[in-house]
Write a protein that binds this ligand. Sequence first.
Ligand SMILES: Cc1ncc(C[n+]2csc(CCOP(=O)(O)OP(=O)(O)O)c2C)c(N)n1
Length: 192
Amino acid sequence: MSGARMSGRDAIVALHAARGARDVVITTMAPARDWMTLPQQPLDLVFVPSAMGHATSIGLGIALAQPERRAIVCNGDGSMLMNLGSLASITGAGASNLVLLVFENGVYEVTGGQRTAGTHVDFAGLARAAGFASVFELSKLEDWTARIGDVLAARGPVFAVLKVEPAAGVPGPKSPGPARERARRLMDALRG
Ligand SMILES: Cc1ncc(C[n+]2csc(CCOP(=O)(O)OP(=O)(O)O)c2C)c(N)n1
């Protein structure tokens, strides 16, 4: 990986500190693994185990059902590539309360670091072409930390590519418990 990139875990720690109390945060893949090391809230959806690509669609559903909340999706780049169509669904639905963060590490990190096709894809360009209202690309932790408030508050739907260093040799995320119970808890929290 060329150039200075932030660590994905540091990027997640910064997001954890900056998220609003009413925000829903949906994490998958390496971002989910790192999110689970931090204190959890009822409005967190750790989407593990999961089929790649679906976190964006779940985020869209929550954003549309709860327009007064912000839904923040933390996606892997390989998973983003599996569901590029969701970019058009998000903008087509006018989900202005959705923030999509792609943790671009260039690999399928949680399955052992195989290279994704993402290394030659301009994710920010794809998001602009799909019609996202605000698009960011950040690779330095100090820039992410300084601008995170602007990113979260920008006119939505918001897309940010976070260029992160792959973490080698860190085991993938383990399910934090039965998915049905966790989904029920999230629904209760969303109603609250
Ligand atoms: C549809 C589908 N294909 C394959 C897998 C197996 N798999 C689980 S995680 C993963 C890699 C995810 O890569 P990425 O989205 O880039 O996230 P990262 O691990 O780099 O954070 C793969 C291939 C899966 N869960 N779903």
